[in-house]
Design a binder for this molecule. Sequence first.
Ligand code: ZN
Length: 405
Amino acid sequence: MVAAKNASTRWLVRIIPLILAGCAGLATYVVVKLACLDYFLQRQQKAGVAAAFLALYFFFFLLMLLSYFRVFLEIQHNPGVTPLGERAIQQRKREKERKRRGRKEESDLEAGERYEACADNNPDSPGLERFYSKDVFVCNTDGRPRWCSSCCTWKVDRAHHCSELERCVKKMDHYCPWVGGVVGETSFKYFIQFTGYTALYCIVVIVATVICLKSKLESGLGVDGLVIAALAISAFFGLFTFTMTATSIRYAIVNLTNVDYLKSKNIVHQLAIRVPRGTQGTPKYSVITYPLPKRSGSGHQGASPRDQLATRTFAIVKTEMGENPWDLGPYKNWQSIMGNSPLDWLLPIKPSPCAVFENNDSFYEMGPLYQHLRERFGLPEVTSSEKEEIRGFKQQQHENGTNRT
Ligand SMILES: [Zn+2]
């Protein structure tokens, strides 16, 4: 379980479920007792109306509860964070220890070390192989993957560092105290379902309370304060969750997260795309060869013949502004998050396909832009014999495992 670093946020996460439970309790009392049983059934003798509202109310209440538990538990127990690097683990251990001892001054003195945690320059840096054993990954200008200086680890494609958790979260969407933490790749589907069902639930409460109030007013009966309170609360949450649902559905359809969306207009993605071994750079693109050379400046020519056999060359290319390499088209984008069948879209049971997707080619399924980029930059295709080679890096890595800086 990954908890928020701020104590106030941790408390908020504990208190909000109680507030929500209180609101749902009030709504249940008003809709079931005051509106359906007391008013529609007893006073107006409209059993059909009472039954219809009860059925709708409990139908959406149940779905809302189920999706709430699903999204809440997923966020607590499987938030989709990437593992910390060894340096970050040691640093955080030390920080914890210092805090425990209450030696604040010392922690201030050493705080600087967290920020000088620059990218690991070791060619055999742990986790690096996971990137270059793929055919495409997001990289920096130098062709190495992005580095998170706080987690001291290579950032997988589409991961974003969440300052609230102090961790990198895969496909981070936003931090949401209402559902107890960071909405990301593992929880986005359930989040959409939760906000969607809550909006529908609120609509049922609004309609039931408005009809009840209107009839009461017309027949000269007094207005009940509880009914007004339930109406106000459901209108507030209804509007809030409806907006969230509409926004989230839009993000799902264009395959962007909230974080992506905020910068989507002026972001350029830099990708390392695999090309045949030994491909030379051109004015259009530069190349990088993995595993990285042991001595800087020598290039891959300096590697031994055995190393050369296992090398992989990547072209470093940039997308145009605003292009999304993971855009699969609206329907497939939707399916990658919500699941392949309408039943998956409605029930908070199966995880998102994109959360369990990772193959030898890429971290996430690539959209048509990937092929367009190959054509746009004239990247040669990797021959099938090179593709089928057994990845022989592990042995080499093992031998050099103690070389870390
Ligand atoms: Zn991070």
